[in-house]
Design a protein around this ligand. Structure first.
Ligand SMILES: O=C(O)CCC(=O)C(=O)O
Ligand SMILES: [Fe+2]
Length: 383
């Protein structure tokens, strides 16, 4: 593909930037820029179109990003319009009366499709409750529409299933699937080995999500978390946010650093399942969400994510039999480290369930919540 395909006029670019800086729930309101004096972690920028054309230098860049930090920016992915529509869907859904939204609440059993109310989850060991609400639409429900695969959704989701959810799911599925295929080949796995574990037509925990976090007053914002430190539960996340607040605890650094949102760039990150399949070669890095920095803190914070997760029945273990590279990585790890003995479905349920306040068992819940993060980093989680 030639660069001219992506060229946009200055007018188009300015119009795009203005739109991007607008608040999803308050059109017309322009958000303050991300401050330049807070600790920020640079991410590698990966060009999706170059990956698609199997450009070797770009694939090297993706590989370094996926193995060193596990986070990268993705540009030229072509899903901005679909993500924008998902922000709208999120805003419309969160505006529904609480009583209406609660009819679709996920409950305390580890189910992760539907509405997740704020205040029902712990964000730290002291069981401080969260200030974040989610709408999670299952990929299976979107693809089965108008039939139901798992559950029903609020009217705002149904009304946008065809115009918004399905197009977003399809774009995100294709993007994540291609990135997974490229990583598959670099891991030395037989062609399509990882794709077989993530078949779109099989039931899985894949979801399209919109998240809303309300501003917290500055007197309590010190130390307050919107989302606790975690690794993502599945394989690959495709994230869109406009305000700062996402932070990573990167290897070789000794504190949390912001990831700056960039117009036109999604943020991708590896989750636990790819970390396990690859014997730890692909990194599932700890991250969290704090209130947006400085002038941005007064605003609601919204994000939209698509999580690709393995099919429900897939067992989470390193694919050492299929790749010498993975076999070698496993041989260097403590015995059994990448042999979880559970399916993707059980892994997801355990992690979702443990932080619900009704199931909360103090520090033990944090042990149950743990993903693949390495113990050295976990010890610094409060850093
Ligand atoms: O909102 C964000 O920027 C990150 C969200 C996130 O980490 C998640 O939903 O797992
Ligand atoms: Fe996450």
């Amino acid at each position: 593909m030639t660069p001219s395909v992506f060229a946009v006029s200055w007018v188009e670019w300015m119009a795009y930037k203005c739109l991007w800086g607008m608040h999803p729930a308050m059109p017309g309101l322009t958000l303050p820029p991300f401050p330049d004096d807070v600790p920020t972690h640079p991410l590698r920028v990966v060009d999706y179109q170059l990956i698609k054309s199997r450009d070797n230098d770009e694939i090297d860049k993706l590989w370094r990003a996926a193995t060193e930090l596990g986070f990268w920016y993705l540009k030229n992915h072509g899903a901005d319009n679909e993500a924008d529509e998902m922000f709208e869907l999120g805003a419309e859904t969160m505006r529904l009366p609480l009583e209406e939204k609660m009819k679709y609440e996920e409950g305390d059993d580890g189910f992760s499709f539907g509405y997740r109310a704020s205040g029902v989850r712990a964000v730290d060991e002291k069981s401080t409750n969260d200030t974040t609400e989610f709408i999670n639409v299952s990929k299976d429900d979107a693809l089965a529409w108008p039939k139901q695969a798992h559950r029903s959704y609020p009217s705002t989701v149904n009304a946008r299933m065809e115009s918004t959810v399905i197009p977003f799911v399809q774009k995100a599925l294709a993007i994540n699937q291609l990135l997974i295929d490229v990583l598959n080949d670099r891991l030395g796995l037989p062609k399509g080995a990882l794709a077989k574990l993530h078949k779109a037509e099989e039931h899985s925990g894949c979801v399209a999500r919109a998240i809303k976090a309300i501003p917290v007053s500055s007197s309590v914002s010190e130390g307050k978390l919107h989302l606790s430190a975690h690794t993502d539960f599945g394989s690959l996340s495709f994230l869109h946010n406009r305000l700062g607040g996402l932070q990573v605890l990167a290897p070789g650094t000794d504190g949390w650093q912001y990831v700056k949102p960039l117009p036109g760039h999604a943020i991708c990150n590896i989750g636990d399942a790819l970390n396990i399949f690859s014997g730890g070669i692909l990194r599932s890095n700890i991250h969290r969400v704090v209130p947006p920095p400085k002038d941005q803190s007064k605003f609601e914070r919204w994000s939209v994510v698509y999580f690709t997760r393995p099919s429900d029945s897939v067992e989470l273990r390193a694919l050492a039999d299929e790749s010498p590279l993975i076999a070698e990585a496993v041989s260097r790890a403590p015995p059994g480290k990448f042999d979880t003995g559970v399916t993707a479905k059980t892994w997801l349920e355990r992690r979702v369930k443990s932080t619900r306040l009704r199931n909360y068992k103090g520090a033990q819940s944090w042990v149950e919540y743990r993903g693949t993060e390495d113990p050295e980093l976990t010890a610094r989680m409060g850093a």
